[in-house]
Ligand binder design. Structure first.
Ligand code: SF4
Length: 920
């Protein structure tokens, strides 16, 4: 692709997504016309192959332009129902990244301080041999498997299975540190933990409320749907500690203090209930625990909340009015978030509070309403569904004996294996087998190396870093130490990444070149649960290999290759279709490919095919997709249409001890069956024959036809929970961040007590908060982190693209002009860039450029998190294998973010800690 074409496509894509910034006034239709003209300019003697962007979970489609087996560019996929041809700057850089000269080209090993090329065979033999040795001497839990959200769903599934056959639950990935609290917060409210509606559905919202999301930079193309809703009369409100690019497009911006989401939301809810605006019918029919919730929320008056959050009481009252009366008549309100809300010690509670705000008005289960978690990586929904997570088996099955037996019955079809065979692979520790115990998490895996008190037989001695950017993880100095302590570190990625460069060691690292997602076939699931088939564009470049091939080769060498006898990704997806019953992920490869071929038949308004062979189906067959004829469920918990047509109910998942089949009750004996709407008596989850039971989760062969024909939802009709009795805080309450600028509020709203065993390691809460109670005296500013539109995740891919690096070459920290003046920092008023500064916390310090702007107030500092290659001001550029270095480096903010973690999921707190800034 020529630079001119790149610039043109970038401008078009960005304009379509961000018409308010770059192309004021252009309608989606006008943008579509412009793109049609662009596509018409493409030469006709090239092969255009449908594919999907790999940079965020919007799931934008594009056409890869293939000439003689080489990807020479891209063209817009104009009738793709989600993006309609538009792409953002990251997306349009895909050919450049695919062909990047800095990709890892061969297996490499570090020997005596130098990088040495290996053959694949030698590399895999050495890795397998070391694995066997560690499994024999230290036990299977001494190997940590860090997986990837950047591979296909099939490969995610195989990775979780690979860890299981290696006898450990020490397997985890990015979703732990981006949306694990989303899953926990939503699943504990109404049973599924995914985005309830979709990007396109936001066109039908009456009010769109962003709380900790900056889609204009992180999910740019999704903005076309939001701006369309705005054009149709919806109000768009952005609440964020920082005036973001999304805030610039909003009708209203609300600045609030990092870490105070719950009081902000409870303040809004408080005004709604006091004015009697809440939806009492919905609450009576479909919710549980309102009174207990109100006993907490009644104390968060606007005046109390103003003191905690920075938000004036009058603004809270106005937000409450707007939430209860969306300006676009007859349309509900939705709430959207990303890591601004999830990455906190109270992350799970933040998301619970959002879900309760939806319950309060009954907006959940409606088009235009719902909870829209904007996920990051292109397949982080798929990787979450496949549960590369240390506390689940694929498709959200727990670690109980019943769950293991379920998957063993699926895996059995390759070669016989019994539950006892599988159990024998796992170590015993404490009161029983570790096969039933949560493993270490990616957020704190290094504690498994360094902590002599880790709750497993021996510390971690070897780690796989498979497609994960380690610079995304907090406490980097500790992690660096762990990377230097393990006996072998294996990196698997298209790029060398900091797996190759961060550890200060002369040997003990092997890095394997994985193929990119454009060099293999497979499915990916975007944030809206839409499953899309991605075609291979080109054969893997250099010596890179698909991840599935690498896993199969290792499985052969480790003696369980007979359980990995797949011929193709389609084989794997069919196995997933069979076993993933909790979410009914029955989107067959054939149906997905048929949708891809007929994308023009799908409407942009509701993502439904209005004609053609897929007529009636929703794009991506969003789960639950109950059988081979089901259209998919685009809006969760919508009960005004039949389940067979895409309707759904709150699952009857939550059951107190006194529950019986057919009669699930809460811990305090209240029926958890919904009532008074479609089904007068409600009903429990059921077996394939329609009788009460739990068959829907375990019955591999049931296709649910009879039950669906009866207009029943096999997972039951339950209640959404205001009170989640199984969580540390059944009703969310405000808890100050570990490091707070308000010592007085720490007294009033303290964090949690310390926990001795949180995913196998100790986690300090109260102890460190108390120790740092007056930290604000020495570290007076609040540090928060976030994204840049040009970069993605840990940044190894995007910082290897010359165009993106040219657009965004520097790591920086945003500081307010008042702070800059006080510190004597000089800056250019055109570029906002200024002198180098140090940003320092109790964990360490980063040397970065000052970016002087009023986006942040004079109490806040913002740093983007995509950077690596510099550690506390020292460049590590010479540590990459020759020719494999990235094109831009910077200090990683995760060297200095706080050592606080979500009480339920171990999510790291990157959005609120205390720092000081000074001129470098
Ligand atoms: Fe679309 Fe996201 Fe890719 Fe941008 S990064 S083109 S918004 S999928």
């Amino acid at each position: 692709m020529s630079r001119r074409t790149f610039a043109k496509l970038t401008a078009l894509g960005t304009a379509a997504a961000l018409s308010g910034i770059n192309n004021v006034g252009a309608s989606p239709t006008e943008m579509l016309e412009k793109m049609t003209e662009t596509a018409a300019e493409a030469p006709t003697d090239v092969n255009l192959v449908k594919s999907h962007c790999s940079h965020c979970a919007v799931g934008c489609g594009f056409l890869g332009r293939i000439e003689d087996g080489v990807c020479t560019g891209m063209e817009p996929w104009i009738d793709h129902p989600v993006n309609r041809g538009s792409m953002c700057s990251k997306g349009t850089a895909i050919p450049e990244m695919l062909n990047s000269e800095t990709r890892l080209k061969h297996p490499m090993k570090k020997v005596a301080g130098a990088w040495v090329q290996m053959t694949w065979s030698d590399a895999l033999d050495e890795i397998a041999s070391k694995m066997k040795a560690i499994q024999t001497t230290d036990g299977p839990d001494s190997i940590m498997y860090i997986g990837s959200a950047k591979v296909t769903t099939e490969e995610c599934y195989l990775f979780r299975k690979f860890a299981a056959f290696n006898g450990t639950n020490n397997v985890d990935h990015q979703a732990r540190i981006c949306h694990s609290t989303t899953v926990a917060g939503m699943a504990n409210t109404w049973s599924y933990g995914a985005m309830t509606n979709s990007w396109n559905d936001m066109r039908h919202s009456g009010l769109i409320f962003f709380c900790g999301e900056n889609a204009a930079e992180s999910h740019p193309v999704s903005m076309q749907h939001i701006l369309e809703a705005k054009k149709r009369g919806a109000k768009f409100i952005v609440a964020d500690p920082r005036f973001t690019k999304s805030a610039a497009l909003a009708d209203q911006y609300v600045r609030f203090r990092p870490g105070t989401d719950i009081p902000l939301i409870w303040g809004i809810a408080n005004v709604i209930v006091n004015n009697n605006w809440h939806n009492k019918d919905f609450i009576a029919e479909r919710a549980y625990g309102f009174d207990e919730w109100w006993a907490v929320a009644k104390d968060y008056t606007p005046e109390v909340v103003e003191d905690i959050t920075w938000v004036p009481a009058e603004t809270i009252k106005q937000l409450a009015y707007d939430w209860a009366h969306p300006p676009r008549e007859g349309k509900p309100a939705c709430i959207c978030w990303a890591m601004g809300a999830t990455q906190h010690t109270v992350g799970t509670n933040n998301i619970r509070s959002f879900a309760c705000l939806e319950l309060l008005m009954g907006y959940i289960g409606q088009s235009g309403g719902g909870c829209n978690a904007f996920r990051g990586h292109d397949n982080v929904q798929g990787s979450t569904d496949m549960c590369i997570l240390s506390h689940w088996l694929p498709a959200y099955y727990g670690l109980t004996e019943g769950s293991w037996k379920h998957w063993i019955s699926v895996w059995n079809e390759h070669e016989p294996i019994t539950f006892d065979d599988m159990k024998a692979k796992f170590a015993e520790y404490g009161e029983g087998s570790l096969m039933h115990v949560n493993g270490l998490t990616v957020s704190r895996w290094y504690e498994g190396v360094l902590d002599s008190g880790v709750k497993q037989p021996n510390p971690v001695k070897m780690v796989f870093v498979w497609g994960h950017s380690l610079n995304s993880i907090s406490e980097m100095a500790k992690m660096k130490e762990a990377m230097e302590d393990v006996e072998l570190l294996v990196g698997v990625d298209p790029h060398a990444t900091i797996a190759a460069s961060l550890a200060d060691r002369p040997d003990g690292i092997i890095i394997l070149p994985a193929a990119t997602v454009f060099e293999k076939d497979g499915s990916v699931t975007n944030s809206a649960r839409q499953v899309q088939w991605r075609n291979k564009l080109v054969e893997p470049l250099w010596e890179s290999k698909p991840d599935m091939w690498i896993m199969k080769e290792l499985a052969d060498r480790l003696g369980f290759g007979a359980h990995f006898t797949y011929e193709s990704p389609e084989d794997v997806l069919r196995e997933i279709n069979r076993g993933a019953c909790v979410i009914m992920m029955r989107e067959s490869p054939e149906r997905l490919k048929r949708q891809q071929e007929n994308s023009a038949d799908f409407s942009c308004e509701d993502c439904q095919a209005k004609s053609g062979p897929c007529e009636g189906e929703y794009w991506g067959l969003p789960w639950p997709c109950w059988n081979d004829e089901h259209p998919g469920t685009p809006i969760l918990y919508r009960n005004d249409i039949a389940t067979k047509d895409g309707g759904n109910e709150f699952r009857t998942r939550f059951r107190g001890a006194d529950s019986t089949p057919g009669n699930p009750v809460s811990d305090d004996g209240v029926s958890m069956l919904g009532e008074g709407y479609d089904y007068p008596d409600g009903y429990d989850e059921m077996n394939c024959d329609g009788t009460p039971g739990s068959g829907w989760k375990y019955d591999l062969d049931c296709d649910w036809k009879a039950v669906l024909a009866d207009n029943k939802c096999p997972s039951g009709a339950g209640r959404g929970r205001f009170r989640a009795w199984n969580l540390p805080d059944p009703v969310p309450i405000h808890r100050e961040p570990i490091e707070s600028p308000r010592p007085d509020l720490i007294e009033k709203y303290p964090t949690y007590d310390d926990v001795d065993d949180l995913y196998r390691v100790k986690c300090l809460f109260k102890t460190i908060q108390d120790e740092r109670k007056n930290l604000v005296d020495k570290f007076p500013l609040i540090l928060t982190t976030g994204r840049q539109v040009e970069h993605m995740g840990g940044g190894a891919e995007t910082r290897s693209c010359e165009y993106l690096v040219e657009l965004q070459p520097y790591m920086y920290a945003e500081i307010n002009p008042t702070v800059a003046l006080a510190l004597g920092v000089n800056w250019d008023t055109d570029t906002h860039l200024g002198d180098d500064i140090w940003v320092e916390t109790l964990r360490g310090k980063c040397r970065v450029k000052a970016y002087v702007t009023e986006r942040v107030n004079d109490e806040t500092v913002f740093m983007p998190y995509h950077w690596a290659g510099v550690f506390e001001g020292v460049s590590y550029a010479d540590r990459w294998p020759a020719g494999c270095g990235e094109l831009a480096y910077g200090d990683s903010c995760n060297i200095i973010t706080v050592d606080g973690y979500d009480r339920s999921t171990n999510m790291q707190e990157t959005k609120a800690c205390l720092c000081k800034v000074y001129k470098a």
